[in-house]
Structure formats: C-alpha cells, structure tokens
Design a protein around this ligand. Structure first.
Ligand code: 5GP
Length: 196
C-alpha cells in the first residue's frame, strides 16, 4: 500500500533560496503541491495574485485568523503577516499529493505543534557572509527592511537544531536533489531486467 502523503515544511532564513529550491522541486516533480500563503504584504513587481501569494487586506487576514482558517501564521520581519490556509493543505494531503510549505521559523514551530507527523527541513546558507551577500544582492528590499531581515536571519539560524534535516544551499540543484531525497520523491533506480 502507498503510504499516505506527507507534509514537508521548508524553513530557513530570508534570502537563503527557499523559494528557488521549492520551484526547482516543482519543475522536476509537478505532482508536488506547493502551498500558496496569504499575506498582508503588497505584491512586488511581477508577483501574481493567487500564484505567489494570496495578497489580502488586513481585515481579511483578521477574518481568516478569527475563523481559524490558517494552519499557522506569523508576523514576519516585524511588519507583514503571512499564513498558510489550512483547508488546502488538508485537501491536497487527502488527495495523496506530497505537500510543501515554505514558511518562516515561527510558522514551522506552529506546524510542529499541530502536525508533528510533518517532516521539518531547514535550508541553511553556506555561511553568514554568503547569506548577507544574497540578501543585499537581491536588491528587492530597502536599507531598513534589509536590516530587519538580517536580524530575523540571525534568530532563524540559531534554530537549525530543531529541524529533522538540514540542507546547505551551496548550489540550488544539489540542494534540490537532497530535498527530493528527503521527501522520498526520487524514483527508485531501475534494476537489471530479470533474465528469462
Ligand atoms: P517574502 O516577503 O520575501 O515573500 O517572504 C518573507 C518571509 O515570509 C519568507 O521567509 C517566507 O518564508 C515567509 N513566509 C511566506 N509565507 C509564509 C507563511 O505562510 N507563513 C509563515 N509563517 N511565513 C511565511
């Protein structure tokens, strides 16, 4: 019997490359379902409503929290709220889709309490200097926002031992390979054809 689909939570500091690795997993395994979070952050240029996020107003987010529609939610980097719509996760797991959440540390801890059977993966930078370089190089945040993200990153890095698996993102494809293996997605090697 096929084991039931399992939830994988991918966390790690801002700019470590979580979204890139998750997108790479999806390219190779389109059956993996990637949760679309709700957020009160305004869209960045190029981001699409319902694809990158469900961009919602503050009062809509309040309602989702009040009605307990979110599996987890958190204020990330001290400003905007982000949360995972619960029903979509349950529906996809019930349908047998391997599900992946890309969320921050606070959210991962909440999922750990509510769904301890999930698999918790921490994506780590090769070094602190490299993380700073990626965060600055991305150029999507202003000075103040960048400082806030670096402060959160320091806290997030210290939480690495709480996770079941740690993957160092030294190379996107290599990190993806490792995540795919951890998620049990890699197809078994084709064995020699039996004689006769
Ligand atoms: P960004 O604003 O760069 O898209 O995301 C900022 C941070 O929010 C990232 O570290 C991302 O992992 C986190 N995040 C995105 N969606 C969620 C969510 O649904 N819940 C939580 N707790 N964090 C999230």
């Amino acid at each position: 019997m096929t084991p039931p689909a399992r939830l994988t939570v991918l966390a790690g500091p801002s700019a470590v490359g979580k979204d890139t690795v998750a997108a790479d997993v999806r390219t190779r395994f389109p059956n993996v379902w990637l949760s679309v979070s709700a957020t009160t952050r305004p869209p960045r240029p190029g981001e699409v409503q319902g694809v990158n996020y469900h961009f919602v107003a503050d009062d809509q987010f309040d309602r989702m929290v009040a009605e307990d529609e979110l599996l987890e939610w958190a204020v990330v980097h001290g400003v905007y709220r982000y949360g995972t719509p619960r029903q979509a996760v349950l529906d996809h797991l019930a349908a047998g889709d391997p599900a992946l959440l890309v969320i921050d540390l606070q959210g991962a801890r909440q999922v750990r309490r509510r769904m301890p059977e999930a698999r918790f993966v921490f994506l780590a930078p090769p070094s602190w200097d490299e993380l700073v370089r990626r965060l600055v190089g991305r150029g999507t945040e202003g000075e103040e926002e960048r400082e806030r993200r670096l402060a959160s990153a320091r806290v997030e890095l210290a939480a690495e031992p709480e996770f079941d698996h740690v993957i160092v993102n030294d190379d996107v494809h290599r990190a993806t390979e490792e995540l795919v293996r951890v998620m049990g997605l890699a197809s078994p090697p084709v064995g020699p054809v039996a004689a006769g």
